[in-house]
Design a protein around this ligand. Structure first.
Ligand SMILES: Cc1cc2nc3c(=O)[nH]c(=O)nc-3n(C[C@H](O)[C@H](O)[C@H](O)COP(=O)(O)OP(=O)(O)OC[C@H]3O[C@@H](n4cnc5c(N)ncnc54)[C@H](O)[C@@H]3O)c2cc1C
Length: 388
């Protein structure tokens, strides 16, 4: 039982207060150095474990905090204002947990969820391959049944938590010839062991501290009991089902960066003087501040709307897609505007603006690119507004 378990039944203010104190004490003083050196934040992870964040959205009956996705989004937004990377350490882990909680057999829930909730067993989602990310139905990793196990071969790339995680929701083809292609896809819980190797750590522009890795499966034997839901052919549905929560999370990260960029700009523009007055009194800077603030508020309202729909159990791919699209673009634009407002200091490694500028573009790529979000939004608009 963690401090957050006690607070979880109370209102959001209490939970967010815990988070703020944790960020102030355990994250803010260390984030810049860890990020610049691209060091995995072991102490912060231990603190997040103690808080119970690895079980944030897992149901209390399995040891989690059972937070609504709205409360979860508020936590993510708060944390991303200080350092976005740390949210990635438990987000893909929780998407994996959501797939088990929503689609797993009772035995799978009993076996995995309590250990996911404490953070004793951590991991993420392994969907992307060297040849495909958006077009997931083109994956080539295969799983062939041999009595009570499946033999898995293939390569996954860009897998968050790939080095420090121990278990991954792994998307494979159980029937590569199936038509439509998704009917031949299945999702497994793959725990590291013989035949499951981390081939390399991937270097990135931003999103440092968290490990992104390539995973190689060579005759990896996975117990048949680890096939999520126990039945082949539902893998894509199970993987995509978890991505709604993932997209709400990415959108909340976007709001966090957009807000941090705005807050820093508001402060800096009141103390930096040019031509005899603070730069916030120049209209050109005011226009930027106004646009940054409006984008941030609008982005949060979209996140709130998507999270509320998710919490009501409604289909929310349109809402989550809009939130993810708008909030990630808001983060990118605000980070760039903050850099302009800070002048040379915005470009300096002594200020956090350059990190926001490097971190924000990931949000337009991960959990489905923004091009894909537009396609999802348009398809849903048409489906929800039929003519005739
Ligand atoms: C730091 C980082 C962490 C990541 N973490 C994970 C993880 O934990 N697990 C995981 O499985 N993956 C992860 N990914 C991978 C990520 O999900 C993919 O990069 C993403 O889905 C896009 O796939 P892709 O890079 O193969 O691009 P592609 O699919 O090759 O797309 C290339 C371009 O074409 C566009 N495009 C593709 N199809 C269409 C279409 N039909 N219409 C219009 N435009 C289209 C895309 O929008 C994009 O602009 C991560 C990536 C990064 C950078």
């Amino acid at each position: 039982m963690t401090a957050l378990h006690a607070a979880a039944s109370a209102d959001d203010a209490l939970i967010l207060d815990f988070i703020d104190r944790f960020l102030e004490r355990a994250v803010a003083p260390y984030a810049m150095a860890l990020e610049h050196d691209d060091v995995y934040p072991e102490d912060i992870v231990a603190g997040m474990k103690e808080l119970g964040l690895f079980g944030a959205t897992i149901a209390p009956e399995y040891g989690g905090l059972g937070l609504s996705s709205l409360t979860y989004a508020k936590i993510i937004e708060r944390m991303s204002r200080v350092w976005m990377s740390i949210t990635g350490i438990f987000n893909s882990h929780l998407i994996m947990a959501a797939a088990v909680q929503r689609f797993g057999t009772e035995a799978q829930k009993q076996t995995f969820l309590p250990r996911f909730a404490t953070g004793e067993l951590r991991g993420g989602l392994a969907l992307t391959e060297p040849d495909c990310g958006t077009d997931l139905q083109a994956i080539r990793t295969t799983a062939v049944r041999e009595r009570e196990r499946y033999v898995i071969n293939g390569t996954k790339t860009w897998i968050s938590n790939g080095i420090y995680g121990q278990v991954f929701a792994l998307l494979v083809k159980t029937d590569p010839a199936a038509e439509p292609r998704h009917k031949g896809m299945s999702l497994f819980l793959a725990e590291k062991g013989p035949g499951f190797a981390v081939s390399r750590k991937l270097e990135k522009l931003g999103y440092k501290g968290i490990d992104s890795a390539e995973l190689v499966f060579s005759d990896f034997a996975c117990p048949a009991d680890n096939l999520i839901g126990g039945e082949e052919g539902h893998g894509l549905q199970h993987a995509l089902g978890g991505l709604e929560l993932g997209r709400i999370n990415v959108a909340a990260r976007g709001v966090g960066i957009a807000r941090a960029a705005l807050d820093a700009s508001l402060r800096y523009s009141q103390v930096r003087r040019t031509f005899g007055k603070p730069i916030c009194q120049h209209q050109a800077i005011q226009l930027k501040l106004a646009d940054m603030a409006t984008r941030t508020e609008a982005a949060w309202l979209l996140v709130e709307r998507a999270a509320q729909a998710y919490d009501r159990g409604e289909r929310c791919d349109l809402e989550a897609g809009m939130a993810k699209l708008f909030a990630s673009e808001a983060a990118i634009e605000n980070a760039l505007e903050a850099m302009r407002i800070h002048g040379a200091y915005g470009y300096s490694k002594e200020f956090p603006i350059e990190r926001m500028y490097r971190d924000a573009p990931l949000l337009a790529i991960g959990e489905g690119t923004n091009e894909l979000q537009r396609i999802i939004i348009a398809r849903q608009l048409i489906e929800r507004n039929p003519v005739g």
